[in-house]
Design a binder for this molecule. Structure first.
Ligand SMILES: Cc1ncc(COP(=O)(O)O)c(C=O)c1O
Length: 418
């Protein structure tokens, strides 16, 4: 017989709170502090200096990823904007994004004058390849898969679709820095990848981002996209294409100096979180009332999260309350409460085609010949999954025993309710 649930007066599985924390920011120590202090003392805060930390970060990150080019920028959003500009996306083009990602992914598409088309997610919590294929129109230029919460999405299937329909691909790896998919780093499958280094990410310099690619021409376009004066900082001879003017996404040496130290900690951070997730999964019993998130490549994912999808929507609130009573914080992403901007349902600026300009750009741009339609209930599968998915995070302050206790709490609740 199942143990009496804590919600019914039984003893909670988790007596002491699970340590809270993040990844990169919780790993900050004297090395980041000294790096920043050194930059401030040197007075050399601009990235185009000799022995630039930003340039070194780009080189070190490119070497880690095994790509030819990397460009540091000031956010993940600007990294996606630069990547899209790099592959030639602009007015008239549609770009397919998943209905579960931070609104910045779709906003970046609008930022280059293109049209975001929203596709369903599936039990991987990433893009549903079947729906992506349904959403392709003659105007589709690219697919923008997002690797949410450290888990690369179904890249094999998405790559096959991109190939079949001659589409380009930019990977949003903002939440998956250091994640790998079948041996290669996330972000190296499509034409370009984007990292975020904001406070919530695997490694962080407060705010920041990076775009990376193997293709020199794409790199040069990302560089022009990031700094209207780029040709001024580097001699004309260094550019192979005529420069164009875009926005200003230049990072500072302070950001570069922190990012370098954090990059040197990336593998330690990920081996810790991967250990936690392995301990969690090893402790988990066979599920009765839920299905585990589908993970295409368990070896390569970051191990910073795990999700279970309760099969019966009626039982979901009961799981949530019972888990909380056992000492494990739980909640669904979509719950008709907090308007989480990671869910397309709350992207009002996109759903209602709000433009910064009376012309209605980009939806009413004369170059756009399509007719994208949005509505709050346009991706019912996504809302259904996110209304039943409970996500648990692993951070650098936790130990394997904490991960096992989390699994034990889930086992106990599932045995009673499933
Ligand atoms: C999936 C995803 N894409 C894009 C972004 C945008 O990154 P940033 O906040 O650095 O602009 C984020 C950040 O939260 C994100 O999680």
């Amino acid at each position: 017989m199942a143990d009496r649930l804590a919600i019914d007066g039984g003893t909670p599985v988790i007596a002491e709170p699970i340590p809270s924390g993040t990844h990169g920011p919780s790993a900050i120590d004297d090395r980041e502090i000294n790096a920043v202090t050194e930059v401030l003392r040197s007075g050399r805060l601009f990235r185009f200096v000799e022995d630039s930390h930003v340039a070194a970060f780009e080189k070190e990150a490119a070497a880690l990823l095994g790509v030819n080019h990397a460009l540091m920028v000031n956010s993940g959003t600007s990294a996606i904007i630069c990547a899209l500009t790099g592959i030639g996306v602009g007015p008239g083009d549609e770009v397919i994004v998943p209905g579960y990602t931070f609104i910045a992914t779709a906003a970046a598409v609008v930022g280059v004058g293109a049209i975001p088309v929203i596709a369903e997610i599936d039990e991987s919590l990433g893009m549903d390849p079947a729906d992506v294929e349904r959403k392709i129109t003659p105007h589709t230029k690219a697919i923008l898969p997002v690797h949410m919460q450290g888990v690369p999405c179904r890249l094999d299937d998405l790559m096959a679709i991109a190939k079949r329909h001659d589409l380009k691909m930019v990977e949003d790896c903002c939440q998956c820095v250091g994640g790998r998919y079948k041996g290669a780093y996330a972000g190296t499958w499509g034409q370009a990848g984007a990292w975020s280094l904001n406070y919530f990410k695997v490694i962080s310099c407060g705010e920041g981002g990076m775009v990376f690619t193997d293709d020199y021409d794409i790199y040069e376009r990302t560089a022009f996209a990031s700094d209207a004066a780029m040709p001024m900082w580097m001699s004309d001879k260094e550019w192979q294409n005529p420069p164009f003017s875009r926005q200003g996404y230049r990072p500072s040496e302070i950001m570069g100096s922190i990012a370098r130290v954090q990059l040197s900690k990336l593998e330690d951070i990920l081996s810790h979180t991967r250990r936690l997730k392995k301990a969690f999964l090893a402790e988990l019993d066979a599920p009765k009332g839920y299905i585990p998130q589908h993970v295409d490549d368990p070896e390569g994912e970051c191990g910073i999260s795990a999700a279970i999808i309760i099969e019966d929507p009626e039982l979901t609130p009961k799981y949530v309350e019972a888990l909380k009573a056992e000492g494990l914080g739980a909640g669904t992403a979509y719950n008709e409460g907090f308007p989480d901007r990671h869910i397309y349902y709350y992207w009002d600026s996109i759903l209602f085609k709000h433009s910064h300009h009376p012309s209605g750009y980009p939806w009413k741009d004369p170059a756009y010949k399509g007719n994208v339609e949005y509505s709050r209930d346009m991706c019912p599968q996504t809302l259904s999954i996110l209304g039943r998915a409970l996500r648990f995070g692993f951070n650098v302050n936790m130990q394997e025993d904490h991960a096992r206790l989390m699994a034990a709490a889930i086992n106990k609740v599932d045995a009673a309710l499933g």
